[in-house]
Design a protein around this ligand. Structure first.
Ligand code: 13P
Ligand code: SF4
Length: 304
């Protein structure tokens, strides 16, 4: 089927079946185009709370669909491609953190939203890359255990030096791969460009950036800036989306390895099969998991 015709059919079916399509900004352009909303993890969580439809289809990775289900237990929630996980979210499980917790008595446990629903049940508050600094600043407790991403955690710790932030050794294998050498090469190749970087990159890359922010913050910054050229230090799709949004500007990926295979797993055909009721994976979580995990996501939205 031709892409435009397929998109029209998806739009018709989702309306007829009362489905809201949410797409993370790392999704392919043809998926972002037919979504009711696309954005970063924080924006998707907020959007999930207000979507009027009975069914939500998440085009992204599993923890994002779980977040939608936790915030909307009465809705039917699907992950468009059930194989799409986030390796970082799978690095630490509930048992590991329960075992570590006695070593951090009195600490507030701050979980990046890239964690499983089961792990969220024993954490105190969630954060996303766009809300982490703001939320950690607002916490009364000076002692914070931040998990799983030590790169985002280091960024937060540098922005909030008044807190005692302990980190665990997790992180995004895609962003953590970017090297200082790639930064130097990109700077030499594009001397007039600004370097915009996601805080999941290693500190030595982040500290060389002109701007650090979430996927949506990077897009908003580049769109609003008077500059004409940008080196984009996050998943390749962001440079592509920006080049359509701002055709008069130039966007260069910081590294050709910044490709998240899990985010790229979802295809427009997956979305089509899901809106036909013949695909996707329904997210099913125990009631107790939803109730316990919801505390820390609600707290994130309250403080964010
Ligand atoms: P954002 O919170 O910026 O959307 O990031 C989510 C993610 O998985 C980045 O790798
Ligand atoms: Fe997970 Fe990294 Fe992919 Fe984001 S880019 S979904 S953190 S593996």
């Amino acid at each position: 089927m031709e892409i435009h015709a397929l998109q029209q059919e998806i739009l018709r079916l989702k309306k007829a079946r009362d489905i809201c399509i949410l797409a993370h900004s790392y999704q392919a352009r043809e998926i972002v185009e037919i979504a009711d909303f696309s954005g970063d993890s924080y924006q998707l969580s907020v959007q999930a709370k207000t979507a009027p439809q009975r069914t939500v289809l998440m085009c992204g990775v599993r923890f994002m669909a779980e977040t939608v289900k936790i915030l909307n237990p009465g809705k039917t929630v699907y992950l468009a491609n059930g194989g799409a996980g986030c390796p970082m979210a799978e690095q630490m499980d509930r048992e590991l953190i329960e075992a570590l917790r006695p070593s951090y008595p009195g600490y507030t446990v701050v979980a990046y939203i890239n964690t499983t629903a089961a792990l969220k049940t024993i954490c105190d508050v969630c954060v996303t890359s766009s809300s982490a600094v703001k939320i950690v600043k607002k916490l009364d407790n000076p002692n914070i255990l931040f998990l799983p991403d030590c790169n985002l955690g280091t960024y937060v710790a540098r922005q909030v030096p008044e807190k005692n932030i302990k980190l665990l050794q997790g992180g995004c294998p895609i962003h953590a791969r970017v090297s200082v050498r790639e930064v130097e090469e990109a700077r030499a190749a594009y001397p007039d460009a600004e370097l915009l970087v996601h805080p999941e990159c290693v500190p030595r890359v982040v500290e060389r950036a002109d701007f650090v922010g979430s996927t949506s913050a990077i897009m908003a910054y580049a769109a609003a800036s008077e500059r004409r050229e940008f080196i984009i230090g996050t998943e390749l799709s962001i440079a592509e989306h920006l080049s359509y949004r701002c055709p008069d500007k130039r966007f260069y990926p910081l590294s050709k390895d910044l490709l998240c295979p899990n985010m790229k797993l979802t295809t427009l055909m997956d979305v089509y099969h899901a809106v036909c009721g013949q695909g996707g994976e329904e997210i099913l979580l125990e009631e107790e998991t939803i109730a316990a995990a919801r505390r820390c996501i609600d707290r994130m939205i309250e403080l964010g």
